[in-house]
Design a protein around this ligand. Structure first.
Ligand SMILES: NC(=O)c1ccc[n+]([C@@H]2O[C@H](COP(=O)([O-])OP(=O)(O)OC[C@H]3O[C@@H](n4cnc5c(N)ncnc54)[C@H](O)[C@@H]3O)[C@@H](O)[C@H]2O)c1
Length: 355
């Protein structure tokens, strides 16, 4: 069985949870119940088939260090749930571009090491997939690494809310090169968007009329700080659009982040409010608070996205992957309901669907 050679750009909390997760689940049984993981096997690959071969960051606590150390370096504050042995992969210093703005500089101290030639690093490491985990407002840097992936012949998975897989021009470029593209903006294993969408679907299926709903998050960690100051309106647009997929009529829906709370570290609290009408107009009100840890919440989705992308590489597919993107990301090239996205993925895995 081939391994899956993955390079990461942005060794933050999500990258840390992902690298820890590959170690944590490397011996996961494929025939039983594995806590925290829906798919030990996916697209014909086990979690242990994922191999990290290169990484890029700009922080002076990470660039120049082994990946196993960088994933626990400040300002990362995600929980430690796995010991990661030395990887032999030195995190390369990439170009800063718009990765760290003046607010984020309060947490991230930028290395003054020279910039690596990212295309050369990817070629030499034989990376097949470049996974973008840059800060969510790093638009220039996200586009820079999309071009790097094209130049190096790597598939690109975009975890940020910057439109790449959902952008026709980028999708066309990847299609012309015969390289898969996946994104945009990770939809967590059980994050606020998935829970909100599931509740709305349940209400629709039970005939309840949803009149209005909001969902707001507060969180800590560098990404919450960045999205609060730079990416607030973008994130609100992506999240609100995602939940609207699951309501077959128009109603006022708002979903977004409301604040950054430094002492919360990598925790996120989400508040849900739904107001509607039942049989005979009887009122129904739902008020929920959910507490999660951000980094690990992205883990299983990324494991599936990486393995699905590898399957696309094996099949020689180029351009945006509709199915994997709609299943694992909030702003896919073809938005749809959650259940339909799951069906698309099953069809894609069985070879009954091209993209
Ligand atoms: N569950 C989740 O946490 C979740 C869900 C959905 C989307 N996302 C997205 O995933 C991405 C990563 O989230 P995170 O919490 O790990 O963020 P983070 O802030 O912890 O990590 C970002 C990393 O990028 C590095 N960086 C900044 N500029 C860079 C540059 N020019 N080149 C290379 N590295 C650079 C930073 O030093 C940092 O290590 C974000 O875009 C976020 O919106 C995360």
């Amino acid at each position: 069985m081939d391994g899956i050679k993955v390079a990461i750009v942005g060794v933050g909390n999500v990258a840390s949870a992902l690298v820890q997760g590959v170690e944590y689940y490397k011996d996961a049984k494929t025939d039983g119940d594995v806590p925290g993981l829906a798919h030990p096997d996916f697209a014909g690959f086990h979690v242990r088939d994922i191999e990290f071969v290169a990484a890029f960051d700009v922080a002076d606590t990470k660039a120049g260090f082994d990946l196993s150390e960088a994933i626990f370096a400040k300002p990362n504050n995600v929980m430690r749930f796995s010991k990661v042995p030395k990887t032999g992969i030195k995190v390369q210093k990439g170009p800063l571009l718009d990765g760290v703005d003046k607010i984020l500089k309060a947490l991230v101290s930028v290395s003054n090491a020279p910039d690596a030639d990212a295309v050369q690093v990817l070629r030499e490491s034989k990376a097949e997939i470049l996974l973008n985990l840059l800060p969510g407002s790093a638009e220039e840097a996200t586009k820079y690494y999309a071009q790097v992936a094209l130049d190096a012949g790597c598939a690109y998975i975009n975890g940020t809310p910057i439109p790449i897989a959902s952008d026709l021009e980028w999708s066309k470029k990847f299609e012309e090169k015969g390289i898969p593209l996946v994104g945009d903006d990770i939809q967590d294993q059980l994050g606020s968007t998935v829970l909100h969408r599931s509740i709305l679907q349940l209400l629709v299926a039970r005939g309840v009329r949803v009149d209005k709903s909001y969902q707001l998050d507060v969180g800590g960690g560098a990404e919450s700080l960045d999205s609060h100051y730079r990416g607030r309106m973008r994130k609100r647009g992506v999240k609100s659009e995602a939940i609207s997929q699951d309501l077959p009529y128009d109603a006022p829906l708002v979903a977004g982040s409301s604040d950054y709370v430094d002492f919360m570290d990598n925790a996120r609290d989400s508040f849900f409010y739904i107001n509607g009408r039942q049989f005979g107009g009887a009122p129904i009100k739902i008020d929920i608070r959910m507490e999660v840890t951000d980094g690990p919440n992205a883990g299983p989705i990324l494991l599936d996205a990486i393995r699905g992308t590898k399957l696309a590489l094996k099949r020689g597919i180029g351009g945006s992957l509709e199915s994997i993107s709609a299943y694992g990301f909030k702003m896919p090239p073809t938005p749809t309901t959650m259940y339909r996205a799951e069906r698309w993925v099953e069809e894609f895995l069985l070879g009954k669907r091209k993209l």
